[in-house]
Design a protein around this ligand. Structure first.
Ligand SMILES: Nc1ncnc2c1ncn2[C@@H]1O[C@H](COP(=O)(O)OP(=O)(O)O)[C@@H](O)[C@H]1O
Ligand SMILES: N[C@@H](CCC(=O)OP(=O)(O)O)C(=O)O
Length: 372
């Protein structure tokens, strides 16, 4: 849906523990209402909203009466397990005031790194947004071991913004943005209003979190900004308590520290398809499909596939060839080799009947296909 108030159509809003607790040891529900009010207004104007919400550990601590647990991984996981349901309940009630449904998505690094799980997570985000439901994303702290955890919600929100093909990521925290030194210990520190290049000097001035509530401080926000902007997403770090901050950032007002995207999304995706991993298989297609891809820029439908070569899973890169072996395109397959073998030469309406499930009508979507 388009709107005139903003160029941003799909946004990820990351709310740190610092924003959700106001630096206290409990959720600041009055402020959460205020954040939801702003989000609901954007939602009404057609903007797709994804909220990356921290605060499970803080909510768990509040619910159990602020237990002084040892800082072991298991005790944090215990608090997250208790707090996550409390946290979601609060969000659900607040969004309900505006007639907006929410859906919970708990992710780990493994969900974004594995290509098949990445596609599944992306399909779920898109399905929720299509129904105008607000996905509430947090790390799946209760199960995340060292190997599979992202570790902080700044980086998680960046991965989600790329996955969801958002155009703006707001990292909302307890400071007005990135300063040239930690403002907590340097009262003369100056706000940096725009960052074009993230270099070692900048990394050195971005310190960790000192409150004991947040994870990562500015260091992880900088890493997150780097990931998201290279995925075609504009990023802003700003204060979650500044009045109307979400509305203003959405309108493109100069608030906080901005990191403009370094590429546009389709360019970055297409580069990945071309320069990414070697193809895992081949799809030999008929002349009608070749024409559709070359002349009309269409998606590849199962109907046009004559043969499937190689072993690949959903999300792998494949080559598209003519019957004479000429390479026509390269793209990301929505189905595994085994599935495509069953649905080749069939109408898309029959996919669900043949497989017992379906991931959509196309074998390769045109946005994930490069004609060579
Ligand atoms: N250069 C810097 N500019 C701004 N804040 C900084 C800087 N270096 C470190 N910080 C710290 O980062 C903190 C915000 O990160 P964090 O506590 O993890 O919050 P959140 O819960 O929002 O993720 C600030 O309170 C601040 O003390
Ligand atoms: N997943 C954890 C938050 C981890 C995190 O990065 O916290 P923060 O630095 O406050 O965004 C939780 O819900 O408590």
């Amino acid at each position: 849906m388009t709107n005139s108030a903003s160029k941003y159509r799909r946004i990820v809003v990351k709310l740190g523990t610092s924003v959700l607790t106001g630096g206290s040891t409990r959720l600041d529900k009055a402020h959460m209402v205020e954040l939801v009010r702003q989000l609901a207004a954007l939602h009404r104007q057609g903007c797709d909203i994804i909220v990356c919400t921290s605060g499970a550990i803080a909510a768990g601590r509040e619910h159990l009466g602020f237990p002084e647990l040892p800082a072991t991984v298991a005790s944090k996981q215990l608090l997250a397990a208790v707090g996550q349901s409390q946290l979601i309940r609060v969000w659900e009630q607040l969004f309900q005031l505006y007639g907006i449904h929410v859906g919970q998505m708990l992710l780990t690094r493994a969900d974004v790194e594995n290509r098949e799980r990445f596609l599944n997570a992306r399909d779920t985000v898109n399905a929720l947004l299509e129904q105008r439901i607000v996905p509430l994303v947090n790390e799946n702290d209760a199960v995340a071991t060292q190997e599979i955890k992202v570790g902080d919600n700044d980086n998680l929100s960046a991965l989600v913004s790329v996955l969801a093909e958002a155009d703006l990521l707001m990292l909302l925290t307890d400071q007005p943005g990135l300063f040239n030194a930690d403002p907590r210990s340097n009262p003369d520190a100056q706000l940096i209003d725009e960052v074009q290049h993230i270099d070692d000097t900048l990394r050195q001035i971005a310190g960790g979190s000192v409150t004991g509530l947040g994870t990562g401080g500015m260091a992880t926000k900088l890493q997150a900004a780097d990931v998201a902007r290279h995925g075609g997403v504009d990023v802003v770090i700003a204060a979650g308590h500044q009045p109307e901050v979400i509305t203003q950032l959405w309108q493109g007002k100069r608030v906080g520290t901005r990191f403009p995207a370094t590429t546009n999304l389709s360019a970055s995706r297409k580069r990945w398809i071309l320069a990414g991993p070697a193809p895992d298989g081949d799809l030999v297609v008929d002349s009608g499909a070749v024409k559709a891809l070359r002349q009309r820029g269409s998606s590849l439908l199962p109907k046009g596939i004559l043969r499937v070569d190689g072993q690949f899973v959903r999300g792998d890169t494949v080559r598209v060839l003519t019957e004479d072996g000429v390479i026509v395109a390269r793209g990301i397959s929505r189905y595994s080799a085994a599935d495509l073998d069953k649905i080749k030469r069939q109408h898309s309406e029959q996919i669900a009947e043949i497989l017992g499930y379906e991931y959509g009508t196309v074998a390769i979507h045109r946005d994930e296909l490069i004609v060579v």
